[in-house]
Each structure stands twice: as structure tokens, then as C-alpha cells.
Design a protein around this ligand. Sequence first.
Ligand SMILES: [Zn+2]
Length: 425
Amino acid sequence: MARLQSRQISQLHLYQVLHAVRLAQEPVSRAEVGDITGLSQPAVSSLTRRLLESGALVEVGARPSQGGGRRERELALNPDHAWVVGVKVAVHQLTVALCDFAGGVRNTLKVPLSSPMTQAALVRVLSREIEACLAQAGGTVRQRLAGVGVALPGFIDSIRGEVLWSPVLKPNRNKEAAPLDHALTEAMGVPVFIENDANMLALAEQWFGQAARVANVAVITLEHGLGLGLVLNGELYRGHSGLAAELAHLQVQRNGLTCQCGKQGCLEAYVAHYAMARQAQASGLIAGYDTDSAEGVMAAHAELTRLARQGNAAAREVFETQGSVLGQWIGNVVNLLAPQLVLLDGDGTSAADLYEPALRDAMAQAMLLPHRTGVQLVVRQQGDEVWARGAASLVLQRLDESAEVVESVSRHGFESENVGRRPDA
Ligand SMILES: [Zn+2]
């Protein structure tokens, strides 16, 4: 028992060192790793030696030491230590990103997708396109693939690896079917992790983007659906079931419009692309689109945007209402969680000129007075590669957490039964 505990503590400390180097985003000294982790210098030296021997870390450059004495070699991640793949599954498109161990994107691939589809069909298309992305990169990348992360819209139980509901998948009537992560692990021969897409964008932002070093961030994604990912106290917040932050499905109207999640009156059913397409079609503003299909919704949304930009008053009003409803909700999210930063992203931001003024007005009105000067809202569109990179980061996080497994990646390949286990599990 005592031996097991000391092994777990050692693994946790390896994780802390690796993670400190990862989040530093630039080479760091052993002394800085000690400051970040709170570990003693002898402990940091011993742990970094193990990580250097395994190839997870490398020594780079040197800065003059503060006392003017000997120069210290700094620590960085070894990008070639392992390869991971991240995928963003959107209702209309699949984006695959091949990343190195440092999270650098080495190759990307984008293909159209026609959803909803069966889980078996999704597994087939994912395997095929991931293999294609790996083949493009060539070399020994496939043999050294350590894992795959898949970001999907919908209710994802990331702890059990199950999709509870996603607009990408047809309802699963076959309860015998393996969870998606198992089916993909079987198909790919490496561990596969699945997670909600907004959470993955939040992780990418925390590791590489605007949310780096910001402790509390709300990432809102406006696309075919509406999503929310939360970083609270520096950690991605998943809640007990992995289903936290589903505030897009906050009921704003009893017996209201039917949401794609199956519930009535969700906020999403009033502001997402499909909601706007349905409203515009119901009022006769546009006609002839199949608003039950992803392609139909995308085309209808594009037409509505075009009409609004041409000055069509009714179309402009649809966007202004969207901004106003969304802004009020964001203001309330701020009241609940007090983030310093709110990021609004997703392909819906390409029409931000049509709703952002109304959104900012409504958000300011809904927020507590002290938040009005303290919270920053950034509206932008980063592209699906960033989401896919977030999904790859999830795999890197799992690798870091299984630091002893990381040590064996390059020597023995990956042991899938150990990887999903977290130090705290
Ligand atoms: Zn809903």
C-alpha cells in the first residue's frame, strides 16, 4: 500500500513538472519549474532527469544566471516525442489536425460531412480521414501515434466516453453498441477520447490562445448550435458527469420552441443558426430550405445574412433579436460565474456586424454594475483547426496525466488501458 502511494505521488509530480513546462509556452529553468509547482529543487532535478531520459523534455539554450555565475540550460517539450490527432466534428464538416507533443499543428485536413449519421458511419468516416491525414504527413507518424481526441457538439459524457445526444448522430436505438470512444479505439488501435466541442475550444484557448494565464474564462460558440465551455480557477470545468456548462439549454420559455436537443424553450432554439433559419422561413422571409438538414440550415443562414447586409429590414431585425437575446444570456452567465474574459467564437461570428451592437447593449444591461467595466468580451472567428487542436490537447493532457506512460511511449508504444486513467481516479 505504501509502495503504491509513493508511486502515485511520483506520477503526480511528473505530471506537475511536465504540465508546468507545457503551460509555460517558452523554455523554463528548473528554478522556475520549482516556483510554479512548489516542488523542491532536488525533486525538480530528479523528475526532470527522468523526463529528459524518456525524451518527453529536451534541454535548450541558456540564459545567464541572475548571479552572473554558470549558465543554466532551460527545459522545453520535445515536439517529436509523440504524435496526437485532434478532430472537430461539425454538423457539416470534419476537421482533422495532426499535432506534435508540444501541441504544434503539423498537418490539417478538412472534408464535408453529411449529418445526422449512424455511429457506425461516423466511426468509418473518422477512421478514414484520420488515416488520410496521417498518410499525408508520411514517415513514422502512424506508428508513433499516441492517441486521438474528438470534439463533438452535444451532450458528451466525457468521463464515460459516451455521446448522450449530438446533432451529428442519429438517435442510437441499438443500446448494445459500444460507446463511441471504444468503437473508435477499436478502429484506430490507439486510445480515443471524446469531449464536447466548446470545451475543446476552451482548452485550446487556455493552452495556446487568449485565455492563457486567465483563470476564469467563458468560451461561447455560435454555430449551427450554441455552446459554452468554461475554464474556472484555471481548469476546464466539467462537473460531476462531464455535462457541466450546458447553459445553451437554459430554458427561457416554458412550452417554447423545440430545441434540437429534444427539450422545449431552450435558449439555443432562439439564437442558433437552425433557429434563425426556421424563424425566417416561418415568417416568409426566405423559402425552400430544408431546415432539418445541416446543409439546408447553412444555406438558409447564408441567405438571411445576405438579405440583412442588403438592408432588408426584417432580416436585420432577426439578427438584432438574436444579438439582444444572446447578450442578455451572456450577461447572466457573467453574473453567475464572474469570468474576467468572455470569448465569442464559431462560424456565427462571421455575421457579428449584424448583431454585435445589440448583443453588447443587452449584455451590459444584464450584468451587475461592477462587471460592466471589468469584463472583456472578445468576438472573433478562429477556424475549425483551433477546435481540432483543442481536441489534440485533450490527448496531450491525458498523456501528461499518465506521466509514467509517457515515459514508455517512444520505447513500447502506447498502453491504452493505462491512458484513460487519471492520477486522481
Ligand atoms: Zn436544448
